[in-house]
Design a protein around this ligand. Sequence first.
Ligand code: HDD
Length: 691
Amino acid sequence: MVTKKSAARTNQDAVGQGGELHQFGHTGLTTNHGTPISDNQNSLRFGARGPTLLEDFVLREKIFHFDHERIPERIVHARGTGAHGYFECTQAIPELTQACVFQKEGHRVPVFCRFSTVAGSKGSKDTPRDVRGFAVKFYTEQGNWDLVGNNMPVFFIQDAIKFPDLVHAVKPEADRGFPQAASAHDTFWDFVSLMPESLHTVMWLMSDRALPRSFRMMQGFGVHTFRFVNAKGKSHFVKFHWKPKQGLQSTLWDEAVKISGADSDYLRRDLYEAIQSGAFPEWELGVQVFDQEWADKQDYDVLDATKLIPEESVPVKIVGRMVLDRYPDNFFAETEQVAFLPSNIIPGIDFTDDPLLQGRLFSYLDTQKSRLGTVNFHQIPINAPRCPFSNMQRDGMMQTHVPKGRATYEPNSLDEAGEPAGPRAQAHGFRSFPSTVDDGVKLRVRAESFADHYSQARLFYRSQTEVEQEHLIAGLVFELSKVQLNHVRVRVLSHMRVIDEDLAKRAAQGLGLDLPPPAKPARKPVDMTPSKALSILAQKTPVAGRMLGILVTDGADKGLLEMLLTGAQEAGVAVKLIAPQVGGVTLSDGTQLAADEKIAGAPSVLFDAVALLLTQEQASKLCNNKAAVDFVADAYGHLKAIGHNGAAQPLLDRAGVSVDKGVFVIKTGDDLLGKVASRFWERRHQVDGMA
Ligand code: HDD
C-alpha cells in the first residue's frame, strides 16, 4: 500500500542530496516518472478477454522494475540483519587519539550495525555453526568510520591472498552445490588442515562461540591491530572489543539444529522483537592499547590476525557504548544496501601493516561496485556520510547529485573570475601515520614471526571450562564425521595432537579412529597462561533480555500467571504465551487469554526457560500431544529451568523429566525468573547426546 508518507519519501529520495526538488503534491499511486495511475488491478487490453497491449507503460514499468529487484548477494556474509542506533563516548581519550568520537564524554554519533553469518547464502538459516559478522558504521562529523569485525577476535588466514581459497573451501562444494551454510564437509576441512594457521580460529569455530543464542548476546572484535594517533602525531596500537550488556550466551548444538527447523529467522526475529519492545541492546566499546615496545616483547606478532592479545596481558579499557534503538524501515534499502568498508577511516585512527587488513582495504570497495552496481554507492542514504562531503569526482551510473559550475579539477583559479572553485584539501584532513617499514626488499614471503600456529589454539582450548571443552570436542567429532575423506580426518587429528594431547585423544575416541602421529609444527608451541576472558561460561550473565515461554491451558491459575508476568516485566524478561490453540485459553477465574503461539509452532528451543501452568486434567490430555511432550522433553534435555504448578506432573513424567535444581514447583516469581539465563549443567549426564 502506498501511503502519503511513503509517496512523499519516494519523491525526496529520487532527487537526493544537492538536487532541486519540485513537489507538485502527488499523494496517490504514480509511475516512477510521476504519472498518476488510475488502475493497479488490470493491464491494458483490447477488449475484456483480448490481448494485452505493448502500449501498457504502467504494466511494463512495473514488471520491468520487479524483474530487477534482486541484486547480487554478498559473496560472504550474505545473510544478515541490522539496526540503527548511536555510539556514545563514555571515557574521552584525547591523549591516545584525535578521533572525533573519542574526544568528549557524552558525545553521540549515529551508527548502523549489521550482524551476519558468513558462509550461508541470503536465504539460509540464522543458526548454523559459523562465525558471525559484527559490522558497525559510525556516521561521524569527520566522515564514516566502519569497524567491520566478527564475533571472534581472530581469523582463519594471515594473508588476504588466501581469502578466496578459504571462502571457496567453506562454501557449498563446487560440483554438487551443497552443503549450504556448513563447514562440516570435505573441502573446508581439507583446506584448514593444510593451512595450520587456521587452527586457532577453527578452535573458536568448534566452540560455543559459533552458536550464539542471540546477536545481542555476543561479543564483537575489530580483529586486526589498528593504530590510534593523537593530535601530536603520537601513535599507539589498538584492538577494538564490543562487550554486550546482555551477557554472553550460546545455544547447544541440538538446540541450534532444532531452532533452524522451528524458526530459520531466529536471530533476526530476536533482534527485531527486542528493539520493537523497547529492550534496546547495548554494547560497551573497549580498547586494548599498547605500544611497539610491548609488541616487540611478545612471542607472537601483533600484525598477525590469527592471534589475539589476552585481556589478562593488556586489559580492555571501556571508552564508549553503542545502543541499537531503531529497526530499519526497509530491509533492502538499508540492511541490504549498506556497504561496509574497512578503508572508511577518520583522522585519529589508522591502519597497520597487517597483511590481511591491507588486502581488505582493496576488496570491500571493489565488491560494492559489483553488488550495488555503481561507483556512486556512497550516495545511497544508508551509506552517505551525515557530514557534508564534496570532491571533484563526477558522473558515473546513478549519479544523484547535481553539482554546479565548472570546477571539476584541482588546482584551478576559477575563483579569480568570480566562479566557485570547488573544495580544497584541508590542513586538518586525514594524514597517514608515517610508519617505517622493516626493510626495502620486495618479496612474496611470510614473516618468521607469523610461524607459530598452535600456541594460541592451545590457549583457547585450555581456557575453556570442562563443559565448553566437551562441546568443542563434540563439534569437532560431528564435523569430522561428516567429512568423507579419511585422510583429511587423520590430518586434522594430527594437528589436534600438537594443540593438546587430551583434545586429540577424545576427538579420536569420538570418531573411532586411532591417533595418528602428531603434525610437525614449523615452530614449537609455547604454553600461554589460560585466559578466563576466552570462556563464555566463566562470565556472569544477566537475566534481562531473555525470553520465557509459558505453556498455559484452560483452567490455568490466573494468580500464578500474573505473578510471573509482573516478575518478568520487572526483570526485563520477555514472555510468550503458548497454548494448545492460538485462540487462547480460559483461565481459572474465567478470563479469556489470547495466546502468542500454538504449541507446535513454538517449541521450547525458542525460549531460555519455560513455565508450565496446567490443570492436571489438561496435563494428562497433553501427554498425547507430541509437540507438548517434546516442549518439555527438549527444555529438560537442553538443561533449562522448568518451573511448573505441580498439576503439570503427568506431562513432566511423560517427557521423562526427573526432579533437579532446575525443575521445581513455582512458589514465587523469582524462583523461575532468577534462573531464566541458567543452564543446569549437572543434568547433562542424564540427557547425554542433547547437551
Ligand atoms: Fe570480510 C564482508 C568481516 C576478512 C572480503 N567481512 C564482510 C562482512 C563482515 C566481514 C562483518 C559483512 C559486512 C556487512 O554486514 O555488509 N572479513 C571480516 C573480518 C575479516 C574479514 C572480521 C578478517 C579479520 N573479508 C576478509 C578478507 C577479505 C574480505 C581477507 C578479502 C580479501 N568481506 C569481504 C568482501 C565482503 C566481506 C567480499 C562481502 C560483502 C562485502 O564485503 O561487502 O569484500
